[in-house]
Design a protein around this ligand. Structure first.
Ligand SMILES: *[C@@H]1O[C@H](CO)[C@@H](O)[C@H](O)[C@H]1NC(C)=O
Ligand SMILES: *[C@@H]1O[C@H](CO)[C@@H](O)[C@H](O)[C@H]1NC(C)=O
Length: 191
């Protein structure tokens, strides 16, 4: 019995040393903490709700990319251009500064924040009328090597989608014409 236990222990140790590094490690130098993930979420929210050029330089990498067909559809107002669906809406930090910097501020509340080693997942809602808009943002980050910065993680890529149908209604780009019966709504879902 004792030798079996010893053998099992040796086998487990051998197995452990042979296993690859875990995919997700927490709270060490290479993975963000919960507080750091919340800061990343707050940083991106600040750029949307209270944009400043300084904030973009502090929170985003120079090679920042923002993918959002929802935003592209809003820019296109439902038409087929100028934005191309599937391509980055903003392909650099400078492009984000040029585009987002000229937008009206959009306040939203955070509904959920989750995180992995280097990514943050934010679910949000904004009280537009007549239809509020809910969305989900995935933000990939990289470790900041700038030792004089307060930001341990810089946002490198954003994948953001939301209810742009409701938003197009809110801004008047899409005017619903067939709201009379709920059965009509159900029917229209059978695409
Ligand atoms: C490093 O961070 C500081 C403080 O935010 C900033 O002033 C400086 O420009 C940064 N350096 C580089 C190379 O980005
Ligand atoms: C409007 O809804 C009615 C059902 O209430 C449906 O028969 C009709 O095809 C719809 N029209 C459009 C343009 O979707």
């Amino acid at each position: 019995m004792r030798s079996f236990t010893a053998l099992a222990t040796v086998s487990l140790l051998a197995l452990a040393s042979a296993l690859p590094e875990p995919m997700i490690k927490r709270d060490d130098a290479t993975c963000m903490t919960q507080a750091e993930a919340q800061k990343v979420a707050d940083n991106f929210q600040q750029l949307i709700a209270a944009y400043t050029l300084e904030g973009t330089n502090d929170y985003l990498t120079v090679d920042f990319h923002d993918y959002s067909d929802s935003v592209s559809s809003l820019i296109d107002a439902g038409c087929t251009g100028p934005q191309t669906l599937g391509e980055a809406t903003f392909a650099s930090r400078a492009a984000f500064q040029a585009g987002q910097g000229s937008q009206a501020s959009i306040s939203f509340e955070q509904l959920n924040v989750w995180y992995s080693c280097t990514a943050v997942f934010l679910r949000w809602r904004t009280p537009l009328t007549p239809e509020f808009v809910t969305g989900i943002i995935v933000g990939e980050t990289i470790k900041n090597t700038n030792s004089t910065s307060d930001e341990p993680w810089l946002i490198n890529t954003i994948y953001s989608e939301f209810n742009s149908g409701a938003w197009l209604v809110d801004v008047g780009s899409f005017v619903p014409t067939n709201c009379s019966t709920s059965s009509a709504s159900r029917r229209s879902l059978r695409l």
